[in-house]
Design a protein. Structure first.
Length: 652
């Protein structure tokens, strides 16, 4: 009798996350939402077979949840990143090629290989008719350069046997490569799934951003390196600007296909040079110039004149951090490690330019890399670029600098929307967590210091905090129509300054069913403040109706000595606090750690009572907050000119 063998091996949360390629937090969320059932809850563990089964469902209609923005790693959609090229004819042609690619079910690397051959036709004598096997390199003869023949032959040898060659012949004949526009790179990005790009952090850099990064490098540059070069756009533009010899250009990437494309692109750039590109497939963080014996790239340490790159973003997922970064980058953030690696590779005064998420400027998690930058790099410019990548909602910055200690009077240029101001780099060293508060120009720091010079208290140890309800499945638990037993639940979108809007969501309050919920006493407090969590400004509302909130609307119960909750509310919504928040903290999230630094002035009882009366009037809709604002400005002893500055900044 043949039995069925069942794999009873158990795996931890971290191991499950590693198998599927997501974060541990995502695994816990899926378990809570019922997408996967644990075999043990303390500690949380799963059957290996169930994890493998779950992995097999990712990207299918039966597991559509993984196709949402929050789980982009499972997405099978394609997006043409039009920002990567400016030629509308090229974009239209790529769209047509992608349509053929999908309609015929072609393999991406085979298509890219053929596109490379098309680009290289000028390098050889073509001896084929239209029905000949386009993958047969014997059809291509009399190569002008042996190095080009060797690179394309190596790529062909790496491909397996091809099925459906007729489909490839048709698409080959329709290809019209646009030389000089990184045709191969744009095509590769367009046929790669969003899931793969998200997993690898492989969102290639828009042409204008690369051009600006290279143009901002100055002086004599003879050696250039990109440690995560993708298809080689930085390498090509650096070669053009600085007149580099091809043997002094170095590119590294862990994506084999991207490396093959980058090598072709470099060979096309230097048409009269016989050379083998110094572009290699390896993990730059663990294999490039790692200091170990027999590592050939060790010779690059401290020798490179310039490095420019757009590194992958995201923490190492449940993997061991490369040993050379242990203890240096506690967050496990990939781009932080690339910064360290690049600083090591640069010679003294060597230049660097990095595209980074804007969160590196202020989020506490990244304080370690900010400290390293401040101690080893003279920052020349921080350019705030906003959202730049199709399919990616994170705003980005470009950080330029050079290796070496800065003078005490070294200034950083900050650019945003064509506007510039300067900040002393040493100021960042004195900030909590080495925050790069780039919104605050040097002349504005004096105004902030004046505000903070008023004798004040803070919310630190003078408040209670609570997160709104995390249901784990809003579709299941949050109702659009009130049912029997359900009560209103406040979302962040219903929170306005001072008042709460009419609720449009309802919930049955069953804490045991939710993923995360604060003690009920916070929701049922006789007085509390509710604030938007995802917001670029402070938005606080008063609640005395014991209402529930979702996690987009968090709870604050201030307990500042001698100050009522309504007076605290007045300051939290004031122009002065908005100004502080924008200049000192400015993030897309309203964080407790930032709120705990706001200065609540110590005021006499008479002033306190007047503010409270004005707040009551605002809450009842009797007056607009203008009279209240005037009183708050006077408490901080601000001049008319200073008030105008604050109002102007807050209004923008």
């Amino acid at each position: 009798m043949v039995g069925i063998t069942i794999n009873m091996k158990q795996v931890s949360v971290d191991n499950a996350a590693q198998i599927i390629g997501v974060s541990s937090a995502t695994i816990r969320n899926w378990a809570k939402a019922g997408h996967i059932n644990p075999v043990c809850t303390c500690p949380l563990s799963f059957l290996e077979d169930s994890i493998l089964h779950l992995k097999s469902k990712i990207g299918t209609d039966s597991f559509g949840k993984l196709k949402t923005r929050a789980n982009k790693v499972g997405s099978v959609s394609n997006i043409l990143p039009s920002e990567y090229a400016e030629n509308p004819n090229l974009i239209a042609h790529i769209e047509n090629v992608v349509a053929q690619f999908k309609a015929n079910g072609l393999k991406s690397e085979y298509l890219l290989f053929l596109a490379a051959l098309r680009l290289l036709e000028t390098e050889c004598e073509l001896k084929r008719c239209k029905t000949t096997d386009v993958f047969d390199l014997s059809s291509y003869d009399s190569w002008a350069r042996k190095s080009v023949r060797a690179v394309i032959a190596e790529w062909r040898d790496s491909l397996k046997e091809i099925d459906g060659k007729d489909s490839y012949i048709n698409i080959y004949n329709s290809l019209m490569p646009h030389e000089g526009d990184d045709f191969l790179g744009l095509l590769y990005q367009s046929i790669s799934s969003e899931g793969n790009k998200s997993e690898q952090g492989a969102y290639y850099t828009p042409s204008k951003i690369v051009e600006d990064a290279i143009d901002n490098m100055i002086g004599s540059i003879e050696t250039f390196l990109d440690p995560c070069c993708g298809t080689g756009k930085y390498l090509i533009l650096a070669a053009r600007k600085f007149g580099l010899h091809p043997q002094n250009i170095y590119g590294f990437d862990c994506n084999e296909v991207a490396v093959k494309i980058a090598r072709i692109n470099l060979l096309l750039e230097f048409k009269k040079e016989e050379f083998t590109p110094n572009v290699y497939c390896l993990d730059s963080l663990s294999e490039l110039a790692n200091g170990e014996m027999f590592c050939e790239t060790n010779e690059l340490i401290g020798k490179i004149d310039a490095i420019a790159t757009n590194p992958p973003w995201g923490a190492y997922k449940n993997s061991l951090i490369p040993k050379q970064f242990k203890g240096k980058i506690k967050s496990g953030e990939t781009y932080s490690m690339f910064l360290i690696k690049s600083i090591e590779l640069l010679r003294r005064d060597g230049q660097l330019s990095f595209i980074l998420p804007e969160s590196i400027l202020k989020i506490r998690t990244h304080s370690d890399i900010r400290e390293i930058i401040l101690n080893q790099v003279r920052i020349s410019k921080i350019a705030k670029l906003g959202r730049q990548f199709t399919g990616v909602f994170t705003p980005v910055i470009r950080l330029d600098g050079s290796k070496g200690l800065q003078a005490d009077d070294w200034f950083v240029s900050v650019e945003e929307n064509g506007n510039f101001h300067s900040i002393e780099q040493n100021r960042f060293k004195n900030n909590d967590n080495f925050t790069f508060d780039v919104e605050t120009a040097t002349h504005e720091e004096g105004l902030l210091n004046k505000i903070y010079s008023v004798k004040h208290e803070t919310l630190f140890k003078n408040a209670e905090w609570a997160l709104g309800i995390v249901t784990g499945n809003n579709k299941k638990y949050v109702l659009e129509v009130k049912s029997h037993g359900a009560e209103a639940v406040i979302r962040g979108s219903a929170v306005y300054q001072f008042n709460i809007g009419e609720p449009s969501s309802f919930i049955l309050f069953t804490p045991k069913d939710f993923q995360q919920v604060a003690p009920e006493r916070f929701f049922r407090a006789t007085e509390k403040l509710i604030y938007k969590f995802i917001s670029k400004k402070l938005v606080f509302a008063y609640d005395n109706k014991k209402r529930l909130t979702l996690n987009s609307a968090n709870i604050l119960i201030p307990a500042i000595p001698g100050m009522s909750i309504k007076v605290a509310l007045a300051f939290l919504n004031s122009c002065i606090f908005q100004y502080i928040f924008k200049k000192r903290f400015s993030t897309h999230k309203v964080l407790r750690g930032d709120l705990e630094k706001l200065p609540f002035p110590i005021i006499d009882k008479s002033t306190h009572d007047i503010i409270e009366q004005l707040v009551d009037s605002v809450l009842s809709g009797c007056i607009i907050p203008a009279e209240l604002e005037s009183l708050l400005f006077s408490i901080f002893n601000l001049t008319d000119e200073e008030i105008l500055i604050i109002k102007h900044e807050v209004k923008e």
